[in-house]
Design a protein around this ligand. Sequence first.
Ligand code: PMP
Length: 429
Amino acid sequence: MNTTKSIELFNRAQESIPGGVNSPVRAFRSVGGTPLFIQRAEGTYLYDVDGNRYIDYIASWGPMILGHAYAPLVKAIQEQAVFSTSYGAPTELEIKMAELIRSMAPNVDLIRMVSSGTEACMSAIRVARGYTGRNKIIKFEGCYHGHADSFLVKAGSGVATLNIQAVPGVTASTAADTLTCAYNDLAAVEQLVAENKSQVAAIIVEPVAGNMGCIIPQAGFLEGIRKICDAEGIVFIFDEVMTGFRLARGGAQEKLKIDADLVTYGKVIGGGLPVGAFGGKRKIMEMVAPLGSVYQAGTLSGNPIAMIAGYTLLSILNEQPKLLKELNEKTVYLRDGLDKVLKASGTPYVINQLGSMISVHFSDKPVTNFASAAAANNDLFKKYFHAMLKRGVYLPPSAFESWFLNNAMQQEHLDTTIKATEESLKEIL
Ligand code: PMP
């Protein structure tokens, strides 16, 4: 595989961009080697600057549900762009977007647009704190809710990949207000809440975790948290930045049949443009300025280009429910195919899958939380990643990330992936 131009660009990038990338997970730090610089993408394929083609399992970390350069989306963006790229004043498009999300997702009475998942989660906990008059939040080890100070405590994704234990710059007092426990450990949540009686404003969770690989909530975990929140007046926040409009039209709330008080969305609702949103029950969201006094704002929030992209994508998913159904079926096909070749290889493995989120951990024990994901053979994952890349399959460059399927994938792409796994395992084991 010739990656000469990527190597040149990476060397050049490091002169002017920290670590050569604008977001750490892109840097291939944990798997080693040079990140590939992408020239374009279409359907299910990424093309790098050296002309190599890859089946894409990153999907821009979630949003490319229908594949890259999806024609109706591109057209909608082009048509909107001629009317200018930003006004800093309200548009009807923002109302249509809010109405559409309200019609698709449960428990969203009011919703505010922002420009990233980080902003969405950061704002949601501010609202929860304002609403309850309490300071502490509970998050789960290995969950990632963006890079706001409060969330950089035992965080997943790049923080876990780079093995950063405490993030310099996050003050001790901020970190002290973030309580953490293991994912899927309801008893630990009960204990934390009891030890911090009437001090916990919110419990924030990835309802299906995607930032320590894919990790599925065990039966009773989220239901139990819901009960605790009801009993203790705690705001239950679903971070649906990855799961929203992907696992089902109504996201994880619909798929798992659990109600959240506040929900955060991200990349998916911008169809690949910078968008996030937080919304939820009216009585809580009424705290948000200018209706209430929890201040939150953004010059580019509700940006028309981002709105038209998101609105177009969500409308298609809403009007054609078969698309998400097909995507889920394709993921099950991939899971079964991977299962077969992994089993035949004799190496210990775990495949976690729900909807179109899936990941492989090389572990002989179930992977149900961050500790079990971290205890897996992640050196083997690195080798697997490179062996797959060489065969034209681009997996996330870390075992602490979920893979995302896109619906441009056809059986041939899934078969290629399964075959590449079979060959890769023969090469690396
Ligand atoms: N929440 C979750 C669940 C995420 O996966 C991410 C990003 N991967 C975020 C929040 C933060 O989103 P962003 O990178 O857009 O700030």
